[in-house]
Design a protein around this ligand. Structure first.
Ligand code: LLP
Length: 425
């Protein structure tokens, strides 16, 4: 049974009724299924077992401490891209010795913090960064473990704003510079090259880009070993797609089928950085209809969730399924086509921007003031990208585990909104 399912016309998360949660905690409300989260992680661990993987859950997808703790307890490590993310990983009580640190603009302070935390390796993205890491490692009298990030020039056929492995993106280095830096590392006792890092983009719904990048990586590893490097790790990043609309997402085994042979051919251990695959479908955003209105030939449902909570539709035109929490019309497998008893609806929020919407021209059952709405697939890049725009407090997050409910982030108050600000005398 899916973690989110309808029982007698009413949505449940595991064994808990969503409307009961909304009543108790208010809306907007983020509701996570722990069983789903752990199930997704397990699926990856099992699919890739033959490559002795270190799964580095990508903290940027959802950095809530309880999510990180659950991941850590289930055997995951972490991919971080800032000192703040590393701080969170430590605060969640996780071991930092399998953490990988990517990002094109690591500051000296962040590099020092990561070296002190004895992370597994930095994913180095430029020569200037390599020099900075070497200098700081020298000052600290330690050897910095690194991977070089290769831009493999592979088209992942994803959204222009989330593609990273194509020539001209700001990430990584092309093969020529990669080779130059590898040679430089050999001459520098402050650095040790342990692996290659590649991240292609996100979300990727086919396996071909991974096969293409894996084949390139095998050749690069061979070359590096011949040059005298002790290469142990092949880090193929994250990016596994999920089902936002219907069943378009692939199982982890499909990606494993093309990645594991490459890792074996390279004679490496595998690191992966999945974020969305683990957390994306683990949560809904539950909101409440404030008003409805008909204007300009359209039906608008105005609800209390907004782009400050979930910015993905505004930012990437991304599609999220949504459906009333209580409905006698069953939620169809695909939400896009015409449905009996439904009307084309725009679901919008209260923020003063036309981009503040969750759905446009979507066939939905009739809704009224006070009705609850579920916005699905909201677990990845939802809370992590949320803000206080329009001075809206960030919403409560609850984690459901069977019948048990835990508040994992309390709702912000108006006082929280101004707590960091100081009045000029
Ligand atoms: N590793 C690196 C180096 C990354 O840059 C990313 C995502 C990941 C791993 C995790 O990718 P995932 O497995 O979650 O697809 N805000 C956008 C997505 C941005 C992804 C940024 N990098 C969205 O809401 O779709």
């Amino acid at each position: 049974m899916s973690s989110f399912h309808y029982r007698s016309d009413e949505l449940y998360c595991e064994d808990v009724s969503v409307s009961r949660l909304a009543e108790e905690f208010g809306t907007p409300l983020w509701i996570y299924s722990k069983a789903y989260l752990l199930g997704q992680l397990r699926q990856i661990q099992e699919a890739f077992a033959a490559a002795e993987p270190v799964i580095c859950y990508s903290v940027k997808a959802n950095s809530n401490l309880s999510i990180l703790k659950a991941m850590s307890e289930a055997g995951s490590s972490f991919d971080v891209v800032s000192g703040g993310e590393l701080y969170r990983v430590k605060a969640a009580g996780a071991d930092t010795t399998k953490v990988v640190f990517a990002g094109v603009g690591k500051t000296d302070e962040e590099i020092r913090f990561a070296l002190e935390s004895q992370i597994l390796m930095f994913d180095v993205e430029s020569e200037a960064e390599l020099d900075a890491i070497a200098a700081i490692a020298g000052d600290m009298d330690v050897v910095a473990p690194i991977a070089l990030r290769l831009n493999p020039d592979v088209d992942a056929k994803t959204h222009a704003k989330t593609t990273t492995g194509k020539k001209g993106n700001k990430f990584g280095m092309d093969i020529e510079r990669f080779q130059e830096l590898a040679a430089k590392v050999l001459r520098d006792s402050r650095l040790k090259l342990l692996g290659i890092h590649i991240h292609l983009g996100s979300p990727i719904l086919t396996t071909d880009p991974y096969a293409e990048a894996g084949a390139k990586a095998v050749e690069v590893v061979k070359g590096l070993r011949a040059a005298g490097h002790d290469i142990q790790w092949l880090n193929l990043g994250g990016g596994f797609g999920i089902s936002y609309r219907g069943n378009e997402g692939l199982p982890a085994s499909a990606y494993a089928n093309v990645i594991v042979p490459a890792v074996k051919a390279a004679g490496c251990r595998l690191a992966l950085e999945p974020g969305r695959f683990i957390v994306g479908n683990s949560a809904i955003l539950c909101t409440q209809v404030v008003f409805t209105k008909r204007e300009g030939g359209k039906l608008f449902v105005i609800q209390d969730g907004a782009m400050n909570d979930l910015i993905r539709p505004a930012m990437y035109d991304s599609f999220h399924r949504l459906w009333p929490v209580k409905s006698t019309v069953a939620m169809p497998d695909l939400v896009e086509s015409e449905i009996a008893g439904c009307e084309k609806t725009d679901v919008v929020g209260p923020i003063c921007e036309s981009s503040d919407y969750f759905a446009k021209d979507r066939y939905l059952p009739p809704m009224q003031r006070g009705d609850l709405l579920a916005i699905f697939s909201a677990g990845a890049y939802g809370t992590a990208m949320s803000s206080n725009y329009n001075s809206r407090p960030r919403a409560t997050e609850v984690l459901v585990d069977g019948g048990k409910v835990t508040v994992i982030r309390r709702r912000e108050t108006y006082a929280d909104l101004i707590a960091q600000e100081l009045l000029e005398e």
